[in-house]
Write a protein that binds this ligand. Sequence first.
Ligand SMILES: Cc1cc2nc3c(=O)[nH]c(=O)nc-3n(C[C@H](O)[C@H](O)[C@H](O)COP(=O)(O)OP(=O)(O)OC[C@H]3O[C@@H](n4cnc5c(N)ncnc54)[C@H](O)[C@@H]3O)c2cc1C
Ligand code: FES
Ligand code: FES
Length: 491
Amino acid sequence: MVAPRITINGEETPISPAAPQTTVLDFLRERGLTGTKEGCAEGECGACSVLVARPGVNKPTDWVAVNACLVPVAALDGQEVITSEGLATVGEAGTAPTLHPVQEEMAVRGGSQCGYCTPGFVCSMAAEYYRPDRCAHPEPESDPADGTDHEHGPNGFDLHALSGNLCRCTGYRPIRDAAFAVGEPADEDPLAQRREQAPPAPVATEYVQDDSAFVRKNTLAETLRLLRERPDAVVVAGSTDYGVEVNIRSRREDCVVAIDRLPELRELRVESDHIEIGAALTLTEIERRLDGEVPLLAELFPQFASRLIRNGATLGGNLGTGSPIGDSPPVLLALEASLVLADADGERVVPLAEYFTGYRQSVRRPGELIRAVRIPLPLSPVTAFHKIAKRRFDDISSVAVGFALDIEDGVVRKARIGLGGVAATPIRALATEAALEGKPWSAETVEAAARLLRGEGTPMDDHRASSLYRSAMLGQSLLKLHAQTTEAVSS
Ligand SMILES: Cc1cc2nc3c(=O)[nH]c(=O)nc-3n(C[C@H](O)[C@H](O)[C@H](O)COP(=O)(O)OP(=O)(O)OC[C@H]3O[C@@H](n4cnc5c(N)ncnc54)[C@H](O)[C@@H]3O)c2cc1C
Ligand code: FES
Ligand code: FES
């Protein structure tokens, strides 16, 4: 096995002697690449954003921005990383560095004051600059006065690309001006050209330092065998939860097993009676590959963390934590999803409604992985995801509600409602579902059902919200859905 190495701004560097839990951020800074900054070390500020070459959605390779503070450097064995320093100089060795087009726009439009956040903004902006389906032509719903809507520039720049980057001093208007001013990459741009080549393949890794190991196997079967032999091993996918534990709670594990590039966990298949989504696809990949095919998921994604986090976060990780406030369970419960669980003996399919057994506990056995999430077809036509949080974007839910309803001739034929943040586990609102089914979708039915919904679960008081507020929000959520659907019918 070749010693683990990573290509940074075109130069291959051995990972040794870094400790296995060393983050990409610390690794870069220790090598003098101090453009990559640490603001929070927990994925909240984007000062550490760097570009990695990943399997592309529309081209062989995408340049994807991730939080370097959350990813262990060993997870990037064999991979390519570009930092803010590399953006300016890539392909121009021996000549004076010239600014990359996104750096140039940030400079001339006053997008940087103290500069602490700037390299992170520049990397997130560069990822959007190189997004192959960034549309240079405004959508029809755009404001005809200036060719933009409030989230996209006339160059197709999606401002959500910057939703994980914070700036404390410049203010966001000049940064947005820079984002909306960037053009198309030139034909000779080396990073644009790199998109046409295959992405770096995942590399089997066995990196051991001081009795602590980071391991990546090539196949699911090998991984499951390893998990059987090492019941103490911890799996990581995007590391957006695990990385916070390492940085903030000093979590250290003897054996970490990477599963994010296992091909068996990265398939997305649409069959006649279900959609199967690989547990290790990132939320960004699912969002782009489904392209609105599951409207309830399409509504979830923009409300889930930031683009930087969604570029790493997986459904397997969101369900693997067993958190009662994860955003995907309420949606997947409403969609009646099942989980395909795999261990060295084979696979079993468990309805998500039967998966959670207690606070951060589930029926998943030691050595078992979530391989995929299955969503049955056809989908219910009336769906909504309501996330009640203190901020509209990039915040943790106080309460989250997923709705999926079949309403025919004004009568509710089927109702599925998933709830997060109101019990020790994500739950279905079974009493409310029963109260809606077979009844007219009328104000009277909905008001009675909303009273029931307020009583579902056992919400608690904490720093995010009181139990009374959480209960109240449940009821309001159903009233809001009714108002939205009746507005849609009458308009
Ligand atoms: C700044 C920030 C904002 C966030 N915002 C949100 C938010 O808005 N909504 C939300 O729900 N979450 C949010 N999160 C939490 C996190 O991003 C999600 O839980 C994410 O889906 C985790 O996926 P991951 O692949 O990164 O998991 P990892 O960190 O790699 O793993 C998390 C856990 O799941 C286990 N695991 C991973 N994959 C599997 C698998 N296939 N089978 C079994 N177990 C597995 C791991 O062992 C580990 O215990 C946020 C996190 C951060 C840092
Ligand atoms: S340092 Fe803040 S997101 Fe990484
Ligand atoms: S320029 Fe100072 S934090 Fe953004």
